[in-house]
Design a protein around this ligand. Structure first.
Ligand SMILES: Nc1ncnc2c1ncn2[C@@H]1O[C@H](COP(=O)(O)OP(=O)(O)OP(=O)(O)O)[C@@H](O)[C@H]1O
Ligand SMILES: [Mg+2]
Length: 316
């Protein structure tokens, strides 16, 4: 399998590329370069930066906002405002709670949004929902996510599996409660099948999260690409993440080794000497998937012209 086949969509639309890796390795550059290449191939592409650092616009050399805008023919881009995404998500949760637990409407739930904002798991849940909102955007051929730092990305990708474990248990408990209530009604001589809005909401949620998990673990719809530099820490992180993600059915599909120092310079700088060892580790651990190497270039990559040059290394 070639790296090109990892990035080009198959039959399923949209095809999502997740560009992951440690800070500073070149995720945003790779995401921007691939988006430009694919849009030039005639695919309609949306690139979204999920990184709070909001760096994507400066790599393209254009101003971006939270709304997708066409910055080049077939190429749409946006940088999310993480705080707004979280707030919107919490508002939708509060609305669901209000309509599910009607007796809570007396309580001013909106007041709690500020507190909920800092609850554990809220950021990853909001981000997962945001990403999943693109899963049916069939007007795009490719969606590219420039992901936030690895720790958060991992928690987002693991969330559907964790969520489903909880939901199964909660559905079990709630079904029992509804069963007991029905039994009591029968003892009173009434034959009823109770409609329970909480159980319905839990079942609806399970269906949705199951589809998010299938979307993430189906290589036709989602492809995870790791970017590393030829240094021990980024590689170590990629190897560990691969193992963890594998356990929830998400496979790493390709690896970009970025900022590879040319051979003739290796002996000149002591730090570069470990590059060969690092490249061997990458080749060993990712031997069954495409690996591409991009050299350390003379300067930062900015603007469409430099991105077009950069992409040649990815596809050579
Ligand atoms: N092959 C390369 N040669 C030289 N400079 C590069 C190369 N690839 C990326 N860069 C530069 O390295 C810097 C970091 O790249 P980039 O912003 O893409 O990394 P990142 O992984 O997205 O970082 P962050 O985790 O901070 O979002 C940028 O200034 C970029 O222009
Ligand atoms: Mg970045």
């Amino acid at each position: 399998m070639s790296f090109r086949s990892v990035i080009e969509p198959g039959k399923e639309r949209p095809c999502t590329l997740l560009i992951c890796g440690k800070g500073g390795v070149g995720k945003t550059t790779v995401a921007a370069a691939l988006s430009l290449y694919l849009s030039k191939q005639g695919y309609k592409v949306a690139t979204i930066s999920l990184d709070p650092a909001r760096h994507l616009g400066s790599v393209y050399g254009v101003r971006l906002s939270e709304e997708l805008k066409e910055i080049e023919r077939n190429l749409y881009a946006a940088e999310i405002d993480v705080e707004k995404v979280i707030r919107k998500h919490l508002e939708s949760i509060v609305n669901t709670i209000k309509s599910t637990y009607r007796y809570l409407t007396a309580l001013n739930l909106d007041r709690y949004i500020d507190v909920l904002r800092y609850s554990p798991g809220v950021e990853e849940e909001a981000m997962m929902e945001y990403m999943a909102s693109f899963m049916n955007r069939e007007e795009f051929d490719v969606i590219i996510f420039d992901t936030p730092p690895t720790g958060l990305t991992m928690r987002i990708l693991l969330l559907p599996t964790i969520y489903l474990t909880w939901l199964d248990r909660l559905i079990d408990i709630r079904s029992k409660i509804v069963g007991y209530r029905e039994a009591i009604e029968r003892l009173r001589g009434r034959r009823v099948e109770l409609r329970d809005s909480i159980l319905e909401e839990l079942l609806r949620l399970r269906e949705r999260i199951t589809s998010v998990r299938s979307w993430l673990s189906n290589p036709e719809s989602t492809r995870l690409i790791f970017v590393v530099t030829p240094e021990l820490l980024p590689i170590d992180e990629a190897v560990r993440c691969r193992e963890v993600l594998k356990s929830v059915g998400i496979e790493v599909m390709g690896v970009v080794v970025n900022k590879v120092v040319p051979e003739n310079l290796l002996s000149k700088v002591p730090l570069f000497k470990q590059q060969r060892e690092c490249l061997n580790i990458v080749r060993k651990y990712f031997q069954n998937i495409p690996i591409v190497e991009v050299p350390l270039l003379e300067r930062d990559i900015r603007g469409f012209e430099m991105l077009s040059e950069f992409v040649k290394y990815l596809l050579s």
